[in-house]
Design a protein around this ligand. Structure first.
Ligand code: PHE
Length: 462
């Protein structure tokens, strides 16, 4: 499970440098899944599903994962492993002298916006971890959890403090380089998180109103599918798969020659979707059992989960373990998104890794503070009617990531040489690729038109 050597840069000349590689299958899966699985699955998926009517949202989300998500992961993998570069270098090597690498700027902007609001939510997990350990998370009534979260999140000190503490952890791991820590951490944390979610799932399925919750989650009311459901589901698919900003390309640049790209893409997407579904199966039966509103928004999970833990024997232990694992899962995700801007600062702007990491963290601290305060002191500060937190969340997930994904799919589908694609997908003709035609077809036609149609639909043109 150890990486073969390490390097902290991946410049365009790095074919000559011994690059770090994930040497085992588990290493590949654990790191890409480590990036994909995080707050997107456990916090964002339930709240987006809850505010967009349940089953209708779920069906659109799964549709986007399969017809757009998996092909675009393959495209990022092809670009990353084929060039052994980050997304900028990949565009440059594959289209020298062309302006395609500008698509990389979208990824940088998106990664910094996501880092800012994501760190706030990761900060909430720190608060809840501390409260679980200290025993103060045990309250009598489900409504009390709403009040408790409200009091905490509207404060001006603790939410900001935990955001900054989280960014500090992120900084410390990033300074050590990519593959060293993450691979080891993901290998242990992911299976544990999965097991824990399974236990909570069984518990939720035994709740009195489990059926109502499952009906809400799995029964699609097609009349509810409108432009906001479509846009939200597409954005969630991109967000949850860490797609459209070059994260998967950067990780793939560390894959070994033997990694099967299509298979890895399929496993990553399936595991990521399974974790999101487990989170849904945990949350919605509890929402109905405790008479809460599924449409509570970003605060949903932080109100429902503690109520669930409270009813479990040994609740404090479960909840401490859970929030600790969620904290780690958030870290493996923020590390992957931070690598995007760090690669840009080091390779395009020729900064040292140290300065690049400091700059990435500093930006996170400034905008993270803004996002953290948007529940309290800055709740009236709105742009386009949205607080800083909601704006960053909405713009990055629903606009920037799908837009970046569209450019990547057009680029690989139309501009990258077929032979290059085939060499990558077949590991230099060593493994059979049956799905290549389908994937290229999706990249050429289905993904770009799908994304454009959803965009046009959401601005009212279609
Ligand atoms: N996919 C991560 C999650 O679900 C979030 C993420 C988005 C990570 C974009 C990297 C890039 O939590």
């Amino acid at each position: 499970m150890e990486s073969k050597g390490t390097t902290e840069t991946n410049s365009q000349t790095d074919n000559k440098i011994t690059r770090a590689q994930f040497t085992t299958k588990l290493g590949v899966i654990a790191t890409t899944v480590g990036s994909a699985v995080g707050l997107g699955n456990i916090w964002r998926f339930p709240y987006e599903t809850g505010t967009h009517g349940g089953g209708a949202f779920l069906i659109c989300y799964i549709f986007f994962i399969f017809v757009i998500g998996i092909p675009v992961i393959c495209a990022e993998f092809i670009m990353g492993r084929g060039t052994r570069s980050n997304i900028f270098g990949a565009f440059r090597k594959l289209a020298p002298g062309r302006k395609w690498y500008f698509a990389g700027y979208i990824g940088i902007l998106a990664s910094l916006m996501i880092l800012s609001f994501y760190s706030v939510v990761a900060g909430w997990t720190i608060e809840y971890l501390i409260q679980s350990v200290s025993g103060s998370l045990a309250l009598a009534n489900p409504e009390d959890y709403h009040t408790k979260f409200d009091e905490f999140s509207t404060g001006n000190v603790r939410p900001v403090l935990w955001t900054l503490v989280f960014l500090l952890f992120n900084f410390l791991i990033l300074r050590r380089g990519v593959t060293k820590g993450i691979e080891k951490m993901s290998n242990i944390m992911m299976p544990l998180l999965f097991l824990l979610l399974l236990v909570f799932c069984i518990n939720s399925l035994l709740m009195p109103k489990a059926q109502e919750g499952l009906y809400f989650l799995f029964h699609p009311d097609f009349s509810e599918i409108d432009s906001s459901v479509l846009l939200g589901a597409m954005g969630q698919a991109f967000f949850s798969l860490s797609l459209g900003l070059g994260c998967m390309a950067t990780y793939a640049s560390y894959f070994s020659k033997k990694t099967k790209l299509i298979k890895s893409a399929g496993i990553t997407a399936s595991l990521d979707t399974t974790v999101a579904l487990l989170a849904g199966i945990i949350i919605f039966p509890a929402v109905f059992t405790f008479n809460m509103s599924p449409a509570a928004g970003p605060t949903l999970v932080f109100e429902v989960l503690p109520s669930i833990f409270h009813h479990l024997p040994g609740g404090a232990v479960w909840s401490s373990l859970f929030f600790f694992l969620l904290f780690l899962a958030s870290l493996t995700s923020t590390i992957s998104m931070s690598e995007i801007s760090i690669a840009f600062f080091t390779e395009e702007k020729k900064m040292s890794r140290r300065s690049a990491t400091i700059l990435n963290t500093a930006i996170g601290c400034v905008f993270g503070t803004l996002c953290a305060l948007s529940f309290g002191a800055l709740s009236d500060f709105k742009i386009f009617g949205l607080t800083a937190f909601n704006l960053f969340d909405y713009v990055s997930s629903n606009i920037l990531l799908p837009f970046g994904g569209m450019l990547i799919s057009i680029f690989v589908g139309w501009f990258v040489d077929r032979k290059f694609i085939k060499t990558q997908l077949s590991n230099d003709h060593k493994v059979k690729v049956r799905l290549m035609t389908l994937i290229v077809f999706c990249l050429r036609f289905v993904a770009p038109t799908g994304i454009i149609l959803v965009f046009l639909n959401s601005i009212g043109i279609i």
